[in-house]
Ligand binder design. Structure first.
Ligand SMILES: Nc1ncnc2c1ncn2[C@@H]1O[C@H](COP(=O)(O)OP(=O)(O)OP(=O)(O)O)[C@@H](O)[C@H]1O
Ligand SMILES: [Mg+2]
Length: 269
């Protein structure tokens, strides 16, 4: 079943499950043997030093690595028990159900309104677009700041507002899972706090996986934490692997692995 050890109350249905996942870029093995479950309506944090494969594994969960020509995924990833890489699975539909928010806010060079409406329209949304735009912006805690400037460019917003716009855009297409790769690394502390509050709010409805280098953030927002590390191979390449995965409080207060202890207390990385 799951690697989540000590607590059973957190072990709900796994939405995503990685079993023995390896990712290669060309002939280089970048990450090996990742086995973990992402439980329903929880926030899972991925932490670990730079280059240990956090983004690589995150991208496996919505087939973003398909877009990297040299990337090859081995092992098994299931979404609600179905093989995510089976030939009958549509990667575009997968990315609708499993949305992504990137490190650098990347609004479309369109109006705030269109940033939300565009993806929804492409995905065949037939409802009231004004309502969807308002609702998505409200849920992303941005509505009050932008309601009088919906026709202005999304690029004219501050970085923190742009990131919340990207989150609004992600939730507008009704995903089940949101993958966030260092969503706050370009934000000031106040915007960071807003995004963290938003994650807490979104957790009621979505399953969230967040990569972060900010230990306080991981401990504030996540229920479970996966610590990755990398080791040098004989050929000199570094290969990432999952060291330990448990409830966040266990990872931060009482991890089983020494490397985890050293990392969360800031002694390396
Ligand atoms: N598009 C790519 N092509 C080739 N190699 C890549 C590519 N993306 C990542 N890698 C390699 O895979 C390994 C893992 O990278 P990844 O970006 O997943 O690490 P990370 O843990 O997210 O690091 P960071 O904390 O710096 O974002 C690294 O050795 C990296 O050089
Ligand atoms: Mg990364």
């Amino acid at each position: 079943m799951t690697q989540v050890s000590s607590s059973t109350e957190l072990v709900t249905e796994a939405v995503l499950r990685a079993q023995g996942v390896k990712v290669y870029y060309g002939t280089n093995l970048a990450v090996r043997d990742v086995t973990l479950d992402i439980p329903f309506n929880k926030v899972v944090a991925f932490i670990g030093p730079s280059g240990c494969g956090k983004s690589t594994i995150l991208r496996c969960f919505n087939r973003m690595n398909d877009l990297v020509a040299s990337a090859r995924v081995e092992g098994k990833i299931t979404f609600h028990g179905r093989d995510l890489y089976a030939s009958n699975i549509d990667p575009v539909e997968t990315r609708r159900r499993i949305g992504m928010v990137f490190q650098k806010p990347n609004p479309f060079p369109k109006s705030i309104f269109e940033n939300i409406a565009f993806g929804a329209r492409i995905n065949g949304y037939k409802g009231d677009m004004n309502e969807l735009v308002e609702d998505s912006l409200r849920r992303a805690a941005l509505w009050d700041e932008v309601k009088d400037q919906l026709q202005e460019s999304g690029l004219a917003l501050s970085g923190g507002q742009q990131q919340r716009l990207c989150i609004a855009r992600a939730i507008a297409i009704a995903p089940e899972v949101i993958l966030m790769d260092e969503p706050c690394s370009a934000l000031d502390p106040i915007s960071t706090l807003k995004v963290e509050e938003l994650i807490q709010e979104l957790k009621q409805q979505y399953t969230i996986v967040i990569v972060t280098h900010n230990m306080q953030q991981a401990s504030r927002v996540s229920d479970l934490t996966a610590f990755y590390n990398a080791e040098a191979t004989e050929g000199g390449n570094k290969v990432g692997y999952l060291v330990e995965y448990d409830r966040t409080e266990v990872i931060f207060q009482n991890p089983t692995q020494q490397a985890t202890q050293e990392y969360v207390s800031g002694r390396f990385g």
